[in-house]
Design a protein around this ligand. Structure first.
Ligand SMILES: [Zn+2]
Length: 450
């Protein structure tokens, strides 16, 4: 099946390279040509893209989709009390549902989240999630590229919420063999949640299995100041030093947040090939602090961008995330040139694709056809200055400007309508499941962790 995007006003091939009035041809799941006046192969679907920009699909490099049912209820508290008061009770409800063989909530939170992301031109996400076998089928039904970062933890959590460890390890490997298809729409990463949630034994197992099975690894690192202080007290090492000591700092690792780093941490990360996922809105909402993104970039650390969970964002909107990354870096350094729109765009495309281990994030022949068509006619984007297109997109663009979204060569959303499913029906069911979850959560209160 071929697809021709015709008369594209602006083709953002990379953060540095924008072409005007060109076409893009997609054959199968990949881009096959970019150029002027490309002929349409027989039977090709043709999409007119005048007055539009075509960009590489945005990639949300870190999120927790189960939190999609927790929007707007974070109650203005910081990370640890938030876990006790909001997160753990909710997980309790979900576990109750799973115990009763009700897997539908997982399908619905995943599907509703995927719908939100695709509406904003996000074509892939790394979802560190409580695992249920409904997550990947939901992603496939919606048509979104998915990396499931399988959450692992054996410490700190309330005991009732910890799985039996050997059983969990067995399930992870089973899940990997079922869903890890690096050339396809679904991949599995291993995700020890944080260093303080996992003992050395489990972390060593993650390192071994990731190498043996060639998997990515994602972990939260140095999100809050007390995490670093506790690590220093217990181990005499910062979290990044501990990762290094455990042999986990490598190209397959993505370290989420990295808000509280010292110079040596930055140096260690810079020499390791490990990536960082910057989640500026989540860090701002939970008052975690400000990640030293500019220092990281200067040290050669590849930085991608993520929304984090809906409970701490509360949107799955990469446009807002790009804008926030730029604004936060500038105000924190008192420097209007600290970070530019092209830097944020690179984090949400090129670097995030590298993190996901997929050939995407650029519009080049041979790359995956994960694309968003952005309507440039909204008043907030006009008048548009062609020399400053990327600045306009990052500072003025909105998720609702995305008109069509193409994933793996398939048009998933066309003229803001989904092609393969009834969006309203899924969202109505998600409303109902979310309401039940919220009402039932008061039945679950565990002993507080600190
Ligand atoms: Zn997170």
């Amino acid at each position: 099946m071929s697809l021709l995007l015709k008369n594209i006003s602006y083709l953002v091939r990379s953060p540095e390279h924008v072409e005007q009035n060109v076409d893009v041809l997609v054959e199968g799941s990949r881009i096959s040509a970019c150029g002027k006046d490309l002929p349409a192969p027989q039977g090709a679907q043709v999409i007119e893209a005048g007055n539009c920009a075509v960009i590489p699909g945005l990639i949300n490099a870190h999120t927790h989709l189960y939190q999609n049912f927790l929007k707007g209820i974070s109650a203005g508290i910081e990370l640890v009390p938030w876990c006790n008061e909001v997160l753990f009770p909710t997980v309790g409800v979900l576990r109750e549902a799973f115990a009763n063989h009700n897997r539908r909530p997982a399908y619905l939170w995943t599907a509703a989240a995927a719908i939100e992301m695709i509406r904003g031109g996000t074509t892939c996400s790394v979802n560190m999630d409580t695992v249920s076998h409904q997550i990947m089928p939901a992603m496939k039904d919606i048509g979104m590229r998915a990396v499931l970062a399988y959450t692992l933890a054996n410490s700190w959590l309330p005991p009732e919420l910890r799985g039996e460890e050997l059983e969990t390890r067995r399930k992870v490997l089973e899940f990997v063999s079922e869903w890890n298809e690096p050339g396809g729409l679904t991949q599995v990463f291993l995700a020890p949640s944080t260093l303080f949630l996992c003992d050395d034994n489990l972390l060593g197992w993650v390192r071994e299995k990731a190498e043996e099975l060639d998997l990515g690894v994602q972990i939260h690192v140095a999100e809050i100041a007390s995490e670093v202080a506790d690590s220093l007290q217990e181990w005499g090492l910062t979290p990044v030093q501990r990762l290094d000591r455990l042999g986990l700092l490598s190209q397959r690792l993505s370290a989420v947040h990295c808000v509280h780093l010292n110079q040596e941490d930055i140096h260690l990360l810079g020499g390791s090939g490990a990536q960082v996922v910057h989640c500026p809105k989540s860090n701002m909402k939970l008052a975690d602090g400000i990640a030293p993104v500019v220092n990281m970039l200067q040290a050669g650390i590849p930085v991608a961008l993520g929304n984090d969970g809906c409970a701490s964002n509360d949107l799955l909107d990469m446009w807002e995330e790009m804008r926030t990354a730029v604004l936060l870096a500038r105000v924190s350094r008192n420097d209007a040139g600290a970070l530019n729109p092209a830097d944020a765009f690179r984090m949400a495309t090129v670097e995030a694709a590298r993190l996901c281990r997929i050939q995407a994030g650029l519009i080049e022949p041979g790359y995956l056809a994960d694309l968003a068509v952005v309507d440039l006619r909204g008043p907030h984007l006009r008048p548009l200055h062609s020399d400053h297109l990327l600045d306009s997109l990052v500072f003025c663009g909105k998720a609702s400007d995305v008109r069509d979204t193409i994933i793996n060569g398939q048009v998933v959303m066309k003229d803001r309508q989904f092609i393969n499913f009834d969006e309203e029906e899924i969202l109505a069911q998600a409303d109902e499941a979310g309401e039940h979850l919220y009402a039932r959560r008061t039945a679950f209160r565990y002993q507080d962790v600190s």
